[in-house]
Design a protein around this ligand. Structure first.
Ligand code: HEC
Ligand code: HEC
Length: 196
């Protein structure tokens, strides 16, 4: 006898159905809650709320898990409280599939300073090249966050919070990098990235 599930799986239909269910799950949560601050497609224009469109799915999953456990503190703690593991995975897949957008950047000369730092770091103060981890196009990797197209103001806040250890879920890597950046370098690199 052919078992129906095995038969469907052989056709790839079970995987397809599971994906559709995850998408529906994510869409329901986004339209109830997340869209208020992040936009329906993760494209929100308010600079305090990070853009999620095109963000790495694994990174979103890690952040939501850290918000839920309280390891990363902020507005998001209460939003993540009610999400279970399947919700979190579905939300990561949902937002990562949305198209990212770049901001229009003023003062290109200033953004060019940021581009230099992003690509080369600052060998005189011992800052590593951001591109060596976040990728040449700042598109992130499987596990590291995308920075391209993010709001400059949000990026500045995160770099300062890493430095002061207000953002506590990554004390190791980003704390030591952020602690070596000057105010000008932080503003310049954030300006550059928002326009990528
Ligand atoms: C009331 C506004 C608000 C709502 C609603 C909201 N968020 Fe957030 N979210 C924020 C803010 C603000 C941050 C930036 C971190 C902080 O300050 O806590 C953030 C950060 C995040 C991050 C981390 C992004 C990064 O680049 O590190 C993720 C992922 C996220 N939110 C997902 C969600 C999801 C999924 C929902 C719906 C369940 C949601 N948010 C609902 C305000 C909100
Ligand atoms: C050695 C690898 C490494 C280098 C070099 C690096 N980063 Fe990161 N960065 C990380 C990791 C890992 C995270 C994710 C932390 C977490 O999981 O919370 C991160 C997170 C960030 C975030 C938070 C993104 C968000 O959506 O909230 C910003 C902003 C950032 N990095 C900027 C920079 C800048 C600017 C540079 C260069 C001056 C840089 N990083 C260099 C590894 C690196």
């Amino acid at each position: 006898m052919i078992r129906p599930l095995a038969f469907l799986a052989a056709l790839g239909l079970v995987a397809g159905t599971a994906q559709a269910a995850d998408l529906a799950r994510a869409e329901a949560i986004v339209s109830q809650v997340c869209h208020l601050c992040h936009g329906k497609e993760g494209e929100n224009s308010n600079a305090v709320y990070p853009r999620l469109a095109g963000q790495s799915a694994a990174y979103i999953t890690k952040q939501l898990t850290d918000f839920k456990s309280g390891l990363r503190k902020g507005t998001m703690n209460s939003m993540a409280e009610g999400l279970d593991e399947a919700d979190i995975a579905a939300l990561g897949a949902y937002f990562s599939s949305k198209p990212p957008q770049a901001h229009r950047v003023s003062e290109p000369e200033f953004a060019a300073v940021g581009e230099y730092i992003y690509k080369n770091g600052n060998k005189w103060s011992g800052v590593a090249s951001c591109a060596s981890c976040h990728g040449a196009e700042a598109a992130g990797t499987d596990t590291l966050p995308r920075l391209a197209g993010q709001h400059a103001r949000y990026l500045v806040i995160q770099l300062k919070d890493f430095n002061t250890r207000e953002r506590t879920n990554d004390n190791a890597v980003m704390q030591s990098i952020a602690s070596k950046l000057t105010e000008l370098e932080i503003e310049a690199v954030a300006r550059y990235l928002s326009g990528k």
